[in-house]
Every structure is written in structure tokens, then in C-alpha cells.
Design a protein around this ligand. Structure first.
Ligand code: 5GP
Length: 178
């Protein structure tokens, strides 16, 4: 791997694992005796979702959506296009949206509106990372892994130009030569 892009480590692998275990335990408690479908937002949430679901002690289904946000590379516009929709209906189901990172919140705002319109029994959000300083809309995020400063991060599912998703930690992108 080209290491020059990997900057300061913000969340080491052990901290990610510990927090994912805690979130898994919390979700398991909250959904005891209820039906649960977790919706992963491609591609960034794949590693998080895979680890999180292994920590659940309650039955769960998974499904995926892929969305693209119009805007510049670093600023989303809130205008979202669905690239891949869910395979099945969520009507009457308890949904947890699993996201890698909430930045402005505009993508999630669109997703929440879109999914609520399908009449699920409930919708909650589980985000591995959030950047509170960047938030442009106030959203109910039930489960948060870590709050991080306003830096562009890579690793544990998060990419730079589609690479570095397989890093075990979350690191700042070294943008000196990118
Ligand atoms: P929002 O609509 O909240 O501004 O943008 C959310 C999406 O932008 C995330 O799902 C992710 O795809 C991308 N994003 C935001 N911040 C970062 C970051 O620091 N690193 C990476 N790799 N993607 C980010």
C-alpha cells in the first residue's frame, strides 16, 4: 500500500473494535424481541456493517443502498441520486440505517425522508463517525461511534479515490501530495 497518503491515525483499530462491540450490545438491547433490518449505505459502510452485525445477539436482516451526491468532491449538495435501491420492502419493519460518516448530513437527510416515505415501523441511524463542525442539518442520530474533527479521513471502509478502504484504522488523508 502507498503509505504516503496515510496521515495521523484518528481512531486505532483496537478502539474501532471496542466501540463496534459496544454499539452491537446497545442495538441488541434496544431490538430485543423486535424485528430488525439494517440498511448499509454502499460502499463506505460495508466494513462497519459486517463487523457490527457479528456483534448482534438478536436476529437481523441486511440490505443495501447506493447513493451518489451531486456536488464537488468534498462538498455534498443534498441532491442525491439512488444508484442501487433496496431489494425488498421495509413497510412495517424496524430499520437501522448504517452509515460510515455523517459530514454535512445532507445525504442522510435525503435517505431518512426517502425511507420514511416507505412506511417502516421505525427508522434509526447508526453512524461510525460524525463531524459535528460540518453539520448543516440537525438530524436524529441514535448511535454514534466517534465524533471527529473536520478532517478528510480514510480507512475502515472510507476511501480516497476508491482506495484505502481496507485500512484497519481511521486515519487522516495526508493531502500534501494528493
Ligand atoms: P454528507 O452528505 O453528510 O455531507 O456526506 C456524507 C458522505 O460524504 C459520506 O457517506 C462519505 O461518503 C463522504 N464523506 C464525508 N466525509 C468524508 C471523509 O472524511 N472521508 C471520506 N472518505 N468520505 C467522506
Amino acid at each position: 500500500m502507498d503509505d504516503s497518503a496515510i496521515g495521523e491515525i484518528l481512531v486505532p483499530a483496537e478502539d474501532l473494535q471496542r466501540r463496534v462491540r459496544e454499539l452491537g450490545a446497545e442495538i441488541s438491547r434496544d431490538y430485543e424481541g423486535r424485528d430488525l433490518i439494517m440498511i448499509g449505505v454502499l460502499k463506505g459502510a460495508v466494513l462497519f456493517l459486517a463487523d457490527l452485525m457479528r456483534e448482534l445477539t438478536v436476529p437481523c436482516e441486511i440490505d443495501f443502498m447506493a447513493v451518489s451526491s451531486y456536488g464537488s468532491e468534498t462538498d455534498s449538495s443534498g441532491v442525491v441520486r439512488i444508484l442501487k435501491d433496496l431489494d425488498s420492502s421495509i413497510e412495517g419493519r424496524n430499520v437501522v440505517i448504517v452509515e460510515d460518516i455523517i459530514d454535512s448530513g445532507l445525504t442522510l437527510q435525503y435517505l431518512l425522508r426517502n425511507l420514511r416515505a416507505r412506511n417502516p415501523a421505525s427508522v434509526e441511524v447508526c453512524a461510525l463517525l460524525t463531524k459535528p463542525d460540518r453539520r448543516r442539518v440537525d438530524l436524529p442520530i441514535r448511535y454514534v461511534g466517534f465524533e471527529i474533527p473536520n478532517r478528510y479521513v480514510i480507512g475502515y471502509g472510507l476511501d480516497y479515490a476508491q482506495r484505502y478502504r481496507n485500512l484497519g484504522c481511521v486515519a487522516v488523508l495526508n493531502d500534501s501530495d494528493h
